[in-house]
Design a protein around this ligand. Structure first.
Ligand code: LMR
Length: 401
């Protein structure tokens, strides 16, 4: 006996990336992939941004070295990310009370946060929204957390059930970790209002909870600063929290795995002590981060002209997603498909939740070659002009029974 017996039983495929694999091997013409959160242009391709191509040219021209980077990443990248996330002029944009680590994507940032917290003796309980990104529960459970959930939307799936959310978080014990989606909630596309962020901030303060903000879609909702509206509610004097950010989507750097963990402490001394533990979590996981994606991001963010050009590209992606939302609602309403679709046009980010039964999702895939996640999460950024009608027809057929 060598391998453990569980390893002899196949595990289920990943609920998101497993669908992309299945989609790739589906031979049916006209198949539609709305599973993983990936932006596509009108031709159905995910292009490399022009500013990324230019940054790569500059990086190559400088002459390369493949030396190790520091455990917590390149200093220029860390400073650029801090200013980008909090916004130029914000007191935390340059403050030594923030410790930043370069991580392999947002998922890497979350895992480093989880390991750091468990290692440093944080509460073993983390609260997450129901529903949430399907990778959240397994990521935190495998790091040794017990997961609890707080209700998010009401049964319509279109509005946040504020009372239920606050009541559930009111049961959290001091020190418990609360996982919040900074913007573009995955999977619902519905974000808290500024007033709800303030109420969550009051509760966090009152019950001495530790927020961990998953901020993977900054700039994909309403704008770089607009999507950071959670900060007003949560960033209070003396508040401590963690933020995991990702550049997979807003720089279209999906396979470069580039992100960061930002730790906001009460003092510079606390930030530096905490960072020494974060570095142990990183060293024990993957030693030190890959450099290419981070070099691209710091080259773009560090050059005013390139940054301005990137913001135009980002605005273009955001506008396309908003347009897709409107066109999707139009296609669903036009067919008289029963359901409350109009709010989808005003939601934030890549995702919308259709609220389907698991069998309906399976029928979409098996009978219509339409790939959606879980209970009908769709990647709105995955449509082209050619796919709204076949998607809406397939949905109509499945909902008709
Ligand atoms: C998603 O939710 O589709 C994306 O965040 C991609 C992923 O890693 O799951």
């Amino acid at each position: 006996m060598a391998l453990p017996s569980l390893a002899r039983i196949p595990a289920p495929p990943d609920p998101i990336l497993g669908l992309t694999e299945a989609f790739r091997s589906d031979p049916r013409p006209g198949r539609i992939n709305l599973s993983a959160g990936v932006f596509v242009d009108e031709t159905g391709k995910t292009p490399v941004l022009a500013t990324v191509v230019e940054a790569e040219r500059r990086i190559l021209a400088k002459g390369a070295t493949k030396l190790y980077r520091p455990i917590d990443g390149d200093a220029a990248y860390r400073a650029a990310v801090q200013a980008y996330v909090f916004g130029e002029g914000h007191e935390l944009a340059t403050s030594a009370t923030v410790a930043v680590s370069q991580t392999p994507g947002g998922t890497g940032g979350l895992r480093v946060a989880a390991d750091f917290l468990r290692q440093a003796g944080a509460s073993a309980t983390i609260w997450m929204s129901e529903p949430t990104w399907p990778n959240h529960p397994q990521l935190f459970q495998l790091a040794g957390f017990r997961t609890r959930t707080y209700p998010y939307t009401d049964p319509s799936g279109r509005r946040i059930d504020e009372d239920a959310l606050l009541a559930a978080l009111g049961e959290a014990s001091p020190g418990d970790v609360v996982l919040l989606h900074g913007s573009c909630h995955n999977p619902t596309g519905v974000d808290p209002s500024p007033a709800l962020w303030r109420a969550i901030g009051d509760l966090v303060e009152e019950r001495r909870l530790l927020p961990l903000v998953d901020f993977a879609y900054q700039g994909f909702g309403d704008g770089i600063r607009e999507d950071a509206d959670w900060m007003e509610g949560l960033l209070r004097p003396g508040a401590e929290l963690l933020v995991s950010t990702s550049f997979s989507k807003n720089f279209a750097l999906y396979n470069e795995r580039v992100g960061a963990l930002l730790l906001v402490a009460r003092s510079a001394k606390d930030a530096s002590a905490a960072q020494s533990h974060v570095k142990i979590a990183i060293r024990a996981n993957y030693s030190n981060p890959p450099s290419h994606g981070a070099d691209i991001v710091s080259t773009i963010l560090g050059d005013p002209e390139l940054r301005a050009a990137w913001e135009v590209e980002l605005a273009g992606m955001r506008a396309r997603i908003k347009d897709n939302r409107a066109r999707l609602v139009e296609a669903l309403v036009e067919r008289g498909i029963p359901g409350d679709w109009a709010p989808i046009a005003h939601q934030r980010g890549m995702f919308a939740l259709l609220g389907l039964a698991v069998e309906q999702v399976a029928r979409l895939r098996e009978e219509h070659a339409v790939y959606v996640v879980g209970k009908g999460r769709i990647n709105v950024a995955g449509f082209t002009s050619a796919t709204f009608a076949p998607f809406a027809d397939a949905l109509a057929a499945v909902l008709a029974g």
